[in-house]
Design a protein around this ligand. Structure first.
Ligand SMILES: Nc1ncnc2c1ncn2[C@@H]1O[C@H](COP(=O)(O)OP(=O)(O)OP(=O)(O)O)[C@@H](O)[C@H]1O
Ligand SMILES: [Mg+2]
Length: 253
């Protein structure tokens, strides 16, 4: 990098997240750096998915702001938001594929919707993305014919269809066997290393957090705020006690 301090991709300032009167998180302050892999971690129900949705403009801030390259999502009009969201690849926690379409058609969907590529080009790109996640032979299969892990990888291939510079993945390795989870970690690292993709990842799988995260942000369910943000090793060595505990044993603080 020529510029030692490139501007952050996302700036979160004094963010409060709530559902009606129900406070989920408050006082969130952090930046997403270009090219980093940031892991959101914390106990079940603490607000990781809610924060992920706030980062992509699907969950309004109760207070504070989420800015993408200086644009406050709350002030963006529909067109600006749509343009921004086209640059995101998202895999939601449920990670669902359309069951009425083949795996290949699922991956081709965003390409059909958002590009002017020809049918042949669309199919080539979709096949390439499936190969990237190790699903070369699955193009014509129905999602029902895939294992749970394969379905997750297909959902990631779909999220990557448009070569998004920013990828948001909500628990991509939950429920996968250790080998599939390790492959997924490798894939995520490859995307960052070879395509320069910036990744925000929700995970509570310790091996995954240590394998891929440049930095990990810990959401404390009790305090309802973030209690740490650093590399996993630094957090394990000298993070707050609750975070060290989480990273040692995977037990929510
Ligand atoms: N649509 C909703 N309406 C009301 N409350 C919600 C809604 N979605 C989530 N919540 C609540 O907000 C809190 C945070 O939920 P969220 O799904 O963000 O947690 P999470 O950290 O992703 O949990 P998990 O690890 O189980 O996926 C929880 O108490 C949840 O019950
Ligand atoms: Mg969640």
């Amino acid at each position: 990098m020529d510029d030692p301090t490139p501007p952050p991709l996302i700036e979160v300032r004094d963010l409060t997240l709530a559902y009606g009167d129900k406070l989920v998180m408050r006082g969130l302050n952090f930046e997403l750096r270009r090219g980093e892999i940031l892991v959101l971690m914390g106990g079940s129900g603490c607000g990781k998915s809610t924060l992920l949705r706030a980062l992509i403009g699907l969950q309004p801030a109760a207070q504070g702001s989420v800015c993408h390259a200086g644009l406050d999502l709350a002030l963006a009009d529909e067109r600006e938001l749509e343009r921004l969201q086209r640059g995101f690849g998202v895999m939601f926690q449920a990670g669902a594929l359309w069951s009425s379409m083949s795996v290949g058609e699922n991956v081709m969907l965003p390409l059909r919707e958002f590009t002017a590529l020809s049918e042949a080009e669309i199919e080539t790109v979709a096949r390439f993305k499936l190969a990237l996640v190790g699903l070369d032979g699955s193009f014509d299969l129905s999602p029902a014919a895939l294992s749970g892990g394969m379905r997750k990888r297909a959902a990631i291939a779909r999220a990557m269809a448009l070569d998004p510079p920013l990828l948001f993945l909500d628990e991509p390795s939950a429920g996968l066997d250790p080998l599939s989870a390790a492959r997924l970690d490798e894939l995520i690292l490859n995307l960052r290393d070879h395509l320069g993709t910036t990744v925000v990842l929700v995970s509570h799988e310790l091996h995954s957090i240590f394998a891929v995260a440049d930095r990990a942000l810990f959401l404390d369910a009790k305090e309802k705020t973030m209690s740490a943000l650093d590399s996993p090793q630094a957090l394990l060595d000298h993070g707050p006690p609750g975070v060290r505990e989480f990273l040692r044993r995977g037990v929510p603080a």
